[in-house]
Write a protein that binds this ligand. Structure first.
Ligand code: SAH
Length: 348
């Protein structure tokens, strides 16, 4: 019999699992706390449970672990990148960024990705599989364990499309913000999507308080489609309507992400179109000079041009910032550390 992944059960489900074993409900709370507040990775550690119960648990359940394959510490800024090995041999990456307001972890939601955005390294090998809720959670727990530091913010902006792994992703949000676990405020969590419209609408109705970030990258349907195949499925106007719906239902201001690519989406006509699109919307625009990816031909505009782009939008009344580059010396751009492993050490 396959063992059940105990750290993917939400609190109510875990209580039910314990009751099904003939245990009292409070055991559910004890075990949930061990797993999600203390980040335990074995039943042995759960010293307030009797030995027979721990043995029983280890027969029926498993605590899925991850191996730390690599830890890269940036010399330029307080950023670290981790490559984790999953039990089936897949690898995922997570990034720790230290800010004045606390530590933020960028997690992966899938091993690989099937969205195929032209400038992104994560999609090059396609989708391997969805991550379970426990694999998303463990990225945070493991980083806390390794560094001994507390994490206060989460961004779901690593490899993968969270809304293409919807149930596990929503489960993750509930569990990471649970007060029996790390109790990270949903207001300190941002999830980024390439714009899967039906699931954006569904997310708006979950009653969550997370920030939604939309990967825009093009100022018109035509331009967006050139960079993002998913735009062929959901048009820009549908995506914008879904963003408005998210704001309407949650009261949370949507963030738009725009990777600046030299000669592709950084012209004055892009500024005009972006202004038309975003003007009057209660939103924030984040410009990300594109991280060059070895397998992709795209280049970032020089920093003077990027600042000009920002200033002109600002003058037009758009709430805009350029995202500070982090960890560029540690394979900072999405999916690149994992990618380096996939192609083997020969390229180093
Ligand atoms: N699947 C989600 C999360 C992806 S990663 C999404 O599409 O939003 C988070 C952000 O980084 C996205 O906006 C993504 O488009 C962007 N990104 C990916 N590769 C990049 C690169 N090489 N340079 C700059 N931004 C990149």
């Amino acid at each position: 019999m396959e063992k059940k992944d105990i750290a993917s059960f939400g609190r109510e489900e875990l209580i039910q699992e314990m009751e099904a074993l003939g245990e009292r409900a409070y055991r559910g709370k004890q075990i949930y706390t061990w797993l999600h507040e203390k980040g335990a990775d074995s039943f042995e550690e759960m010293t307030n449970l009797s030995r027979p119960l721990r043995e029983r648990l280890s027969k029926e359940f498993e605590i899925v672990r991850m191996e730390t394959v690599e830890r890269q510490i940036s010399k330029k800024d307080p950023t670290e990148k981790f490559l984790f090995g999953l039990s089936d041999g897949n690898q995922i990456e997570s990034v720790l960024m230290r800010y004045h307001y606390g530590n933020s972890v960028c997690i992966s939601s899938q091993a690989g990705c099937r969205m195929g955005c032209r400038f992104c390294a994560s999609g090059i090998g396609g989708l391997k599989r969805n991550l379970t809720a426990s694999e998303m959670l463990r990225q945070v727990y493991q980083i806390q364990r390794i560094t001994g530091e507390r994490v206060s913010n989460i961004v779901v902006m690593g490899t993968g499309e969270p809304l293409d792994n919807y149930e596990n992703f929503v489960r993750f949000i509930h569990m990471i913000s649970d007060d029996w676990g790390l109790h990270i405020s949903q207001r300190n969590i941002t999830a980024s999507t390439c714009g899967i419209v039906p699931n954006m609408r569904r997310l708006a109705e979950e009653g969550l308080q997370i920030t939604l970030a939309l990967s825009l990258h093009g100022s018109s349907q035509e331009k967006r489609r050139r960079l993002m195949p998913v735009a062929g499925k959901y048009s820009l106007s549908e995506v914008m309507e879904a963003c408005d719906y998210y704001f309407l239902k949650t009261g949370r201001r949507v963030t738009f992400e725009y990777s600046l690519v030299a000669g592709v989406n950084d012209s004055d006509s892009d500024i005009r179109e972006l202004t038309k699109l975003l003007k009057g919307r209660n939103c924030h625009l984040n410009l990300i000079p594109v991280n060059p990816v070895k397998e992709r031909e795209f280049k970032k505009p020089d920093s003077k041009k990027a600042v000009e782009f920002e200033n002109k939008l600002e003058k037009n009344g758009i709430n805009v910032t350029i995202r500070r580059e982090r960890g560029s010396d540690i394979d900072g751009a999405c999916g690149q550390l994992r990618r380096r492993y996939a192609v083997g050490k020969r390229e180093n």
